[in-house]
Design a protein around this ligand. Sequence first.
Ligand SMILES: Cc1ncc(COP(=O)(O)O)c(C=O)c1O
Length: 357
Amino acid sequence: MTVRTRPALDTLPAYAPGRIVPGAIKLASNELSFPTLPSVAAAIADAVAHRTAGINRYPDPGGQGLVAALARHTGAPESHVIAGNGSVALCQQLVQATAGEGDEVLFGWRSFEAYPIVTQITGASSVRVPVTASHELDLPALATAITPATRLIFICTPNNPTGTAVRRADLVTFLDAVPDDVLVVIDEAYREFDAGADSPDGLEFALSRPNVLTLRTLSKAYGLAGLRVGYAVGDPLVIGALRKVAIPFALSSVAQAAGLAALAVKDELAPRWQQVIAERERVTAGLRAAGFEVPASQANFVWLPLRQRAADFSAHAERQHNVIVRAFPDACGGVRVTIGSPEENEAFLAAARSFQL
Ligand SMILES: Cc1ncc(COP(=O)(O)O)c(C=O)c1O
């Protein structure tokens, strides 16, 4: 007899992570290419080695020290902050806390590929609203797509994978159109790379509107992708619901220590973000000069809307130039390429220039 699993899992798309190929240049997962700062590495080593409260003990279940530091970092009261096992775990908690069978979760498409997965796991339905011809989230169309069944809306800005950011004024118009009992999550995983003068700061809305939450991560700009630290700021009622559905002890003591140390070196990290932004502009200009369409990115990656040719491009970059990019090979697909070190970006540009468009 075969064990019975939920039918919803039969059609669940698998999360496809950026591939790791030993010896290749990996530009597929939007990580920071810089090495870990020594003080962060030392804090991690200390957390492992500590004799009285080391890894033989369970971690602080609520990560109170980290939550307090995140509250100081964001200016939010501690009651408005939760930390999680990466912001993707918080995405799943958000859907679990708000939606189930018969409910709808709304987001732009293409956007972060975990949204439909975490939605289907709970039994809710995904409603995908196509991005505009210029690869931006279509906020008016998203507002129109709200129905009485809508429980949760993900607004990813800058958007993964298209890189485009929404404008603050457009976001205000959108938020004004959303019913008060529908939660809007502003996913700002890439906000530290957003240099747009009109770009919103999700915190402004998360602290003034009870149905808005901002989702952030230390995986990207803070260089902790391997340790899994994300956080959310929102109304205490929503934060309380997220705590209820959290897996106990999901945030390890080592991750908590690393998070604290990374927040403490923000000023040392910020120049790295500026270097990523400068490289992003250089790579964008190089790609456009080579004939590629490249939407203006505010993230640490660029998007090439190559649609069905995405797989060809990715194979060419890997086989001829040893560069791993992230291909989404379908009708609304393309290739997403992380901004790496200048040498890595040069290798990628060489791959792009030698691709037959
Ligand atoms: C838009 C967006 N949100 C959330 C995440 C999850 O990041 P993490 O779980 O590493 O915090 C990612 C990761 O790629 C992302 O692109």
